[in-house]
Design a protein around this ligand. Structure first.
Ligand SMILES: *[C@@H]1O[C@H](CO)[C@@H](O)[C@H](O)[C@H]1NC(C)=O
Ligand SMILES: *[C@@H]1O[C@H](CO)[C@@H](O)[C@H](O)[C@H]1NC(C)=O
Ligand SMILES: *[C@@H]1O[C@H](CO)[C@@H](O)[C@H](O)[C@H]1NC(C)=O
Ligand SMILES: *[C@@H]1O[C@H](CO)[C@@H](O)[C@H](O)[C@H]1NC(C)=O
Ligand SMILES: *[C@@H]1O[C@H](CO)[C@@H](O)[C@H](O)[C@H]1NC(C)=O
Length: 881
């Protein structure tokens, strides 16, 4: 076994190098990902570090893999620190190491968890559904079988494709097959535990060029472990051929690739390469995994993986963007919610939940405001019937794991006829054609564009026929644009029980014009809360249209002695709103107990369609410092210069703003020119301060300061500059200190080696983050992210510079007593009636310079549920492996 592995990796070395995938030997070597400025030879940089250059890192521009002998410390950081020190004493002559923008020492971590149903539903009990077909449906099925010549032995068991018993509860695909829409020339990559490319049902559609085994290092992502069945079953749902084996895939003429990442410990570098693998041809990445769904994990992809995903939506498919499909998670029974998973709550993924063959919500399928759509999976006495490893068939595939590939296959049908659609077009089509179900449960809200949304079902269930018909005439949307609010500082203790802290931020038309943002798609909120029991918290966001996103819900299992640390929540509830008006966030501490906390600050980002396509920009790559701008503030010990704004009640009578049409009648967009994102130009501060500056007068300027007859705005800069100079040095010093702490703080992960870098090491990095932000290996119980040592922040200094603005457009926190439901999962009040008596709070609220680049940051940890051979008790299941 070991020998053969060695032989394999030796034999494959050449191949691997050719495809930028390197057979790492982490037992005897250390690997570093280094992001260079693009002007310096990587070989030269590696040499000066005493390392060798292994090659570029996948598709990430200017990212390279260096290798060296195993060492306790981080060689790159140490060298950079040394360089910095010498630079201070010797001055400025250029040095090869100045080209290093970012480095990260690679560590093995646990693979993510597969999202098989915790309690497998199994095959339909004998006689339960067979021979119960409704006559007309049975006849129609026979016609389809005859017309298409389907000989697959289990096709009749594949109720998700054609349900003759609960008619209508299937993906409604056979009409498309009859039109010849079967996924031809579309390619789906199953990112999972392998893909049996030799099985009769998959061998003809297998796409070798897009496949790779990142666990055992080689071109064939064969299932090698006993329980490596998940990926093959998912692949069968998409692309099992129309033949004599098992059943058919929903897109049975599509190509299918396998990327094996779930079967062994893995590095972020490998996962990042996998997520971009052959991304000019692999069009859709189907991902039925994520952090454990134990109701206590809170984890997100590491920075390299985030970069890979952004890289894919900017450059994959010739710039149209790779399509990521993620399973929403199986933790509903554990009180889990898909907004605690940084993959499902990424704006770049289409998050897919499950419904069972009766159209009911299965007990496992997670809800959240990022949940876009649902499709069929196990529950209601049956499972998904599909291909299995070794020419077997599975009658026991399920969980949201089985829903995501079905959606991926449906998107493959769309791409057969419209390969020119962008990743965002696919999301629009999904929103527009999903069919709402179970309207009497699931807390549906009517959105600004007249669609129904439920945190449990997203916009409804996918209808293959409907989405493909809509795609035929779909006019592509214009490029993406975004508006970032400043950091909104709150620093208020959160009352316990039904009350909450409510803070509003007003977005004006002028701000959106400036941001070139026409209408909303996603919104994200990055926030900080200090708390001694994370699971007690809930967060709602109420839009100007009074639509409510339950960004976070209380989770009974989540005991983490931590709050939220720059965690980003996402919502698709506000799709189609204009964004103009007051956005109110309501934070509650739902449990009356000894655990309490403080709402520190938040940051609203609105994402959507550009007004003017020609002014569209390319989003810079995320860095680990994206959220550090508020930390900088905290480093000053200067007295606050902010104003305490008098509390105001939340408006209760705001009329919904005009809904925007969901049918864009505008010119076909030109896609953003992919520029070299690797140079990570942070959005200019000009642009930012202009966005944060709103027509406000100088009421916030401390009155004891003379104004020399100049305007308030001028004086802001005068005093601001003076103060800046004064504190610059102090800030810098403290900043580095805190930045270091911040990175460490985010480091949960008990059972993986994780190195505390010293301060100098932290300092050692030029433009980019240190390696410290690592997702640890999830497992180990709901370990929480780092907990202690949290900085305190105040809005203070930077507010003075950021903008003479906030008192007018930001209104303030009050105790929120309304019943915009505490948002236990899935139970949210329909349309937020944002009434609140803004009682007696003096919620301070100011804004600072807003952060620039994108972030979807956050971290959390993991538990487990998975495979079909597990026992039936769903809670407290043992960790896998
Ligand atoms: C399903 O597909 C058929 C065409 O095959 C179409 O007429 C129908 O509207 C689709 N949707 C539903 C819910 O039946
Ligand atoms: C197949 O897809 C490729 C891009 O992936 C495209 O260039 C080609 O034209 C397509 N072929 C057909 C027949 O649609
Ligand atoms: C936002 O709230 C503030 C304070 O409550 C109010 O003055 C303002 O009119 C509101 N804006 C809109 C658009 O409703
Ligand atoms: C929790 O409450 C105690 C007592 O009121 C207070 O001192 C402490 O600051 C609170 N903790 C947080 C994180 O707000
Ligand atoms: C600030 O502006 C408000 C109206 O926008 C005005 O009522 C107030 O007098 C102004 N205050 C100062 C100090 O100019």
């Amino acid at each position: 076994m070991k020998l053969s592995a060695i032989a394999t990796s030796l034999g494959l070395a050449a191949l691997a190098i050719a495809s930028n995938v390197l057979p790492h030997d982490l037992d005897s070597n250390d690997y570093y990902v280094v992001h260079l400025d693009g002007k310096t030879s990587p070989t030269e940089v590696a040499r000066s570090l005493g390392l060798s250059h292994e090659g570029p890192l996948g598709e990430l521009p200017d990212h390279h893999l260096f290798v060296g002998r195993k060492a306790e410390h981080d060689i790159v950081k140490r060298e950079l620190t040394e360089r910095r020190r010498r630079k201070r004493s010797l001055g400025d002559e250029p040095h090869v190491l100045d080209s290093v923008l970012f480095s990260e020492k690679q560590r093995l971590r646990k693979p993510w968890e597969k999202r098989m149903a915790p309690r497998p539903a199994g095959p339909a009990r004998r006689g339960l559904f067979s021979d119960q077909g409704v006559d007309w449906a049975v006849k129609k099925q026979k016609d389809v079988i005859g017309t298409l010549g389907i000989k697959d032995p289990i096709f009749k068991e594949q109720w998700h494709l054609f349900n003759t018993v609960q008619t209508g509860h299937d993906v409604n695909v056979t009409g498309l097959w009859l039109e010849g829409i079967t996924g031809k020339n579309a390619t789906v990559a199953i990112v999972d535990d392998g893909l049996d490319m030799e099985t009769d049902d998959l061998k003809d559609n297998y796409y070798a060029q897009g496949s790779w085994d990142f666990n055992d290092k080689g071109p064939d992502p064969k299932p090698r472990l006993d329980d490596d069945k998940h990926g093959t079953r998912c692949a069968g749902e998409v692309s099992a051929g129309k033949n004599n084996a098992c059943g058919v895939g929903v897109a049975y003429d599509s190509r299918i690739a396998g990327l094996r990442i779930l079967s062994k410990l893995i590095t972020d570098a490998d996962e990042a390469v996998a997520m971009n693998y052959d991304f000019q041809h692999n069009q859709i990445y189907s991902c039925s995994w994520g952090p454990p769904d134990d109701g206590q994990s809170m984890d997100a992809p590491g920075i390299l993986i985030k970069r890979a995903m952004l890289n894919a939506v900017q450059k994959g498919r010739g710039g149209l963007g790779s399509i990521y499909v993620f399973a929403s998670g199986n933790g509903a029974g554990n009180g889990d919610n898909c907004n605690f998973d940084g993959y499902t709550n990424s704006i770049y993924s289409i998050t897919v939940g499950a419904v069972d063959r009766n159209g009911d919500h299965p007990y496992y399928s997670e809800s959240c405001s990022a949940n876009l759509v649902v499709t069929y999976s196990s529950g209601g006495g049956d499972s998904i019937h599909t291909t299995d490893v070794g020419n077997a068939c599975s009658d026991n595939h399920g969980g949201t794991s089985a829903a995501a590939p079905l959606a991926a296959g449906i998107f493959a049908l769309v791409l057969q006829i419209r390969p020119d659609l962008s990743w965002r077009d696919m999301q629009y089509l999904t929103v527009n054609t999903a069919v709402p179900i179970n309207l009497d449960s699931g807390e549906w809200q009517t959105t600004a564009i007249g669609k129904q949304f439920s945190h449990m079902y997203g916009y409804g269930k996918l209808d293959s026929y409907a989405i493909v018909q809509a795609a035929k005439t779909w006019k592509k949307v214009k490029p993406q644009a975004w508006y970032y609010s400043p950091w909104i500082h709150v620093n208020k203790e959160i009352p316990q029980g039904d009350a909450g802290v409510a803070v509003s931020y007003e977005v004006t038309q002028a701000m959106l014009d400036e941001a070139n943002l026409e209408r909303l798609e996603h919104i994200t909120v990055t926030m900080n809360i200090e708390h001694t029991r994370r699971g007690d918290l809930s967060v709602d966001l109420i839009s100007p249209n009074k639509l409510v996103s339950h960004l976070s819900v209380s989770r009974k299992n989540d005991e983490a002695r931590a709050g939220y640390d720059d965690w980003t929540f996402m919502s698709v509830v506000h799709w189609g709103e204009t964004g103009v008006g007051n956005w109110t966030i309501v934070v509650k501490d739902t449990q009356i107990n000894s655990y309490n906390g403080t709402f520190t600050d938040w940051h609203l980002k609105l994402w959507g369609e550009a007004k003017d396509a020609s002014k569209a920009k390319v989003l810079p790559m995320p860095t680990e410092e994206d959220d550090n701008n508020h930390a900088i503030i905290a480093t000053t010990s200067l007295p606050a210069t902010t104003t305490t704004i008098a509390p105001q009640p939340i408006a209760t009578d705001t009329k919904p703003t005009t809904a925007v049409s969901d049918h864009p009648n505008r010119p076909v967009n030109s896609k953003p020119t992919p520029t070299d994102a690797s140079s990570t130009p942070s959005p200019t501060s000009d642009e930012q301060s202009s966005e944060t500056t709103t027509p406000a007068n100088s009421t916030w300027l401390p009155s004891f300061l003379p104004t020399f007859g100049k305007s308030a705005a001028t004086m802001v800069w005068v005093y601001g500059s003076a103060a800046l100079i004064g504190v610059f040095c102090i800030s810098l010093a403290v900043y580095f200190y805190l930045a270091r702490r911040k990175r460490l703080r985010n480091n949960p992960r008990g059972d993986y080696e994780f190195e505390l870098l010293d301060e100098e090491e932290a300092e050692g990095l030029a433009g980019g983050g240190s390696s410290a932000e690592k997702r640890g290996a999830g497992g180990a119980g709901g370990g929480l992210a780092g907990g202690g040592g949290k900085r305190t922040r105040g809005g203070e200094l930077y507010d003075a510079f950021a903008g003479g603005s906030d008192d007018e457009d930001v209104d303030d926190g009050g105790v929120y007593r309304d019943r915009v439901d505490e948002g236990g999962r899935g139970s949210g009040s329909g349309s937020g009636s944002g009434s609140a008596s803004g009682a007696n709070n003096t919620g301070r609220q100011t804004s600072a310079l807003r952060s620039d680049s994108d972030d979807e940051s956050g971290h959390h940890v993991v538990g487990d549920d998975d495979d079909d051979d597990e026992s039936d008790s769903d809670d407290a299941r043992p960790l896998r492996r």
